[in-house]
Ligand binder design. Structure first.
Ligand code: HEM
Length: 308
């Protein structure tokens, strides 16, 4: 999907910015995928589902709620798969080398994106996993747009309108990654606001603002990028510079998310499993019976124990 740079191309900075941002995103998404597979996959493989609550969730694992738990764990694992599948689609070398894999993986990406979105709607609106009206509205709009652009990407590919397909698929991919953008956005907001003594909580303006920005901002920057491809050199350079800045922010937010949001739970999980492969975590056992549409609302930052 991303264009490759040619040496004397007047759009060099634009392509460089796009590549730099994509590389930063791949590193950050890689860390997110490793976390999901290790944390959720690890607990699933060891049969210690109550241990999932060692980390804060909106509702999380609830003893006896088979349907809800299946959706919760299935949704998280589908999140890892769709992130992985989406990343594969955008690497130009892979697309060129294995075009048939691109077509099949594209179908897989769209199918998992739709399933993850539908299970997300079910978790939010049927299981009642909500943090507050603002963030619920944001994730629901994000979900509706995923469905819309996934359909548009599939439909335009079937019509062999590959220009439209590229645009819609890129939009669908960014929207699917809204969940990952939210995490790095919260980390960046925390890095900025913690020194000022401002705490971020799930119902406050900062969290709701970052929730909407997590999908609106990437969509807006993509539109700028698509327009810049055909714009005057000065506009291409400006958008290129913007993408370089976004690459730096993406890298910083991803590093912070990996260090504070994901790694502490993987380290803890390893320690628990080293003592006893099936020993349930004490805090997990305490947290498990809770089931509420206004669950454990804690400050998101700077506590190392908190994180979506
Ligand atoms: C398709 C892209 C999506 C991906 C990749 C994704 C990924 C994830 C992941 C990895 C988690 C587990 C987070 C954790 O607890 O550590 C999660 C939780 C959740 N997601 Fe999604 N999600 C997506 C779309 C949605 C949508 C569209 C909605 C709502 C309409 C949604 C609603 C939820 C809810 C409510 C939870 C919390 C469940 C709980 O903690 O009990 N997701 N998602």
């Amino acid at each position: 999907m991303l264009q490759t740079a040619r040496p004397r191309d007047p759009s060099r900075l634009l392509h460089l910015g796009a590549r730099a941002w994509f590389l930063a995103a791949m590193l950050g998404q890689g860390a997110f995928i490793v976390f999901i597979l290790w944390f959720f996959g690890g607990h699933l493989a060891s049969g210690d589902l109550a241990g999932l609550n060692a980390k804060p969730h909106v509702t999380g694992y609830v003893p006896g709620d088979l349907a809800g738990n299946v959706q919760f764990v299935g949704h998280a694992l589908a999140g890892a798969l769709v992130t992985l599948s989406g990343a594969w689609q955008l690497v130009p070398a892979l697309r060129r080398r294995w075009p048939r894999v691109h077509r099949w993986n594209g179908r897989v990406f769209l199918a998992i994106a739709v399933l993850a979105t539908l299970s997300g709607f079910s978790l939010t609106w049927l299981r009642g996993s909500q943090l507050g009206i603002g963030s619920t509205l944001s994730i629901s709009l994000n979900g509706l747009l995923i469905l819309g652009f996934a359909w548009a990407a599939w439909h335009s590919a079937r019509r062999r309108d590959f220009g439209a397909h590229r645009r819609h698929a890129l939009r669908a991919w960014l929207l699917v990654n809204g969940v990952w953008f939210l995490r790095i956005g919260i980390m960046l907001a925390g890095l900025l606001l913690a020194p000022l003594g401002i705490k971020i909580d799930y119902t406050g303006a900062v969290f709701v603002g970052v929730s909407f920005a997590s999908w609106l901002l990437p969509l807006a920057i993509l539109e700028l990028y698509l327009r810049a491809e055909r714009a005057a050199p000065v506009a291409r350079r400006a958008v290129g510079a913007l993408l370089v800045a976004m690459a730096v922010l993406t890298l910083a937010g991803s590093a912070a998310a990996a260090a504070f949001m994901w790694w502490p739970y993987l380290r803890k999980q390893d320690a628990v499993q080293a003592i006893s492969p099936t020993a349930p975590d004490a805090s997990a056992t305490r947290a498990a019976p809770r089931r509420s549409s206004h669950p454990r609302i804690r400050p998101l930052w700077p506590s190392r124990r908190a994180g979506p």
